[in-house]
Design a protein around this ligand. Structure first.
Ligand SMILES: Nc1ncnc2c1ncn2[C@@H]1O[C@H](COP(=O)(O)OP(=O)(O)OP(=O)(O)O)[C@@H](O)[C@H]1O
Ligand SMILES: [Mg+2]
Length: 254
């Protein structure tokens, strides 16, 4: 289970993100980036953040720690911006939080170099979860000193929007030509040798157990939250073994 905290103060909206994430202070005195359950992108975006963030962490990537944030919608009453106030009001209950990395900068592929091994690991992971949101225009990577941190996994696993077609969708190629790290000669074959064997059924059971039950209710075709958890694990398990052969758009590195 993810750690649960209670929001005590809404600090400010983060103007950068498309889903209008914000900064909150919580009862453990931590400062968290909050992603709202009432945001237009829907709760599946939050499920994707949990599955991919917790999987990436277990594969050795740097990912800000994830928590659930219990939000009292009244916290929005003093918020002057009507859009932000609406979001707070519609997000009572369980929201997603992540440790705010103070001092981190947005990753700029022209200003910071990543070696072929690290680039390969990140591209391999993004291909596994079919992340379409790590382009050079919007890298969704943060840099702190010489460390690269992975954020924003909301636009992944497109197959969870159509479960009957999930298996077929998860067998599809991944176009990495626009990837933020495409120019660093990512060594995907080497990444696969190290990472694919780690993606086991046990690991995926542990990862999907982190998804809060409240985001798994009432999904058509599934009787229980655990059935849906298994549906998240299956395509990832199958794809891990073959995904290195499904990456297109990286010239001469495979
Ligand atoms: N954990 C964090 N620590 C510090 N800054 C963060 C963190 N998470 C997000 N940010 C900042 O907030 C911005 C928006 O976050 P994020 O990309 O997760 O939101 P989004 O709404 O999903 O964005 P997008 O427009 O990419 O869909 C990031 O680009 C980054 O600058
Ligand atoms: Mg983003």
């Amino acid at each position: 289970m993810l750690k649960e905290v209670i929001a005590t103060r809404f600090i400010t909206p983060l103007r950068e993100g498309g889903s209008l994430p914000g900064l909150v202070e919580a009862d453990d005195l931590g400062t968290y980036v909050i992603k709202f359950t009432g945001a237009g992108q829907g709760r599946k975006t939050l499920v994707a953040e949990v599955v991919c963030g917790e999987l990436a962490r277990r594969l050795g990537f740097r990912v800000p720690r994830l928590v659930t944030i219990d939000l009292d919608p009244d916290l929005g009453l003093g918020e002057p911006d009507p859009e932000v106030q609406g979001l707070l009001k519609s997000s009572g209950g369980t929201n997603l939080g992540m440790d705010f990395l103070s001092g981190a900068l947005g990753f700029d592929p022209l200003a910071f170099a990543v070696d072929a091994e690290e680039a390969g690991r990140i591209v391999w992971f993004d291909a596994l979860v079919n992340n379409v949101d790590r382009s050079w225009r919007n890298p969704n990577l943060l840099r702190r000193r010489d460390e690269v941190w992975l954020i924003d996994h909301g636009a992944t696993m497109i197959w969870h929007h159509n479960w009957p077609g999930a298996e077929a969708s998860a067998a599809r190629p991944y176009d990495a030509s626009d990837h933020a790290l495409a120019s660093f000669a990512p060594d995907i074959a080497r990444a696969a040798v190290h990472l694919a064997p780690l993606v086991t059924e046990d690991l995926l059971t542990e990862v999907t157990a982190q998804i809060p039950d409240v985001w798994l209710t009432d999904e058509p075709g599934f009787d229980t939250a655990d059935d849906l958890r298994r549906a998240y694990a299956r395509p990832l398990l199958a794809r891990a073994a073959v995904v290195h052969d499904l990456v297109n758009g990286i010239g001469g590195t495979r």
